[in-house]
Design a protein around this ligand. Sequence first.
Ligand code: SF4
Ligand code: SF4
Length: 203
Amino acid sequence: MEAQECLKILRDIKDVAFATADEKGKPHVRIIDVMLVEDEKLYFCTARGKDFYRQLTENPCTEIAGLNREYQMVRLSGRVSQLTDQKKWIDRIFEENPSMNDVYPGESRYILEPFCIEDGQIEFFDLGKSPIYRESFAIGKADMPRKGFEITDACIGCGRCGRDCPQQCISEGAPFVIGQEHCLHCGLCYENCPVQAIIKRGE
Ligand code: SF4
Ligand code: SF4
């Protein structure tokens, strides 16, 4: 799996949830078309009259999530850039998505503004597999924060975490090891370790 493949999943789903926050921090989510994906960038557009447009211009970041029929979830969280060559990008988006002509016929298309996400974090989560499979990627200039849990040298090898783990993704060792690619991030092992040998990553 690569970042571009994850973006392609979002493009194939096409209608995905885009979240923003308004000026009071209140969350808003709506379904928006992914118009184009290329070179690890995702493109979309919205009309200048919409609250979505105002929220994007006041606080240029968004989080997107989509789930396909195979129960593969992709989440992209990133910084949004409004593209300067508006007419060129809107024409390109309409070429790639001809059904847009039914919604915005003729010159009315230019009420739309094009946006791109090029710096961000992608999380891929495959719930169709057992154990589950996850992977994450940074795109552009963004960093990828470490999430989930890890086992430290304080582990005494009691084996409780391995027995409790719902995905059976903890291997014996000194210390025991979490298979990060199969971890749900549920925290059960973290809560129950008798010697607090399990820590949250990135804290
Ligand atoms: S529960 Fe804690 S001490 Fe026991 S094996 Fe797991 S990490 Fe090690
Ligand atoms: S966080 Fe949950 S899924 Fe991940 S290793 Fe711990 S118990 Fe298993």
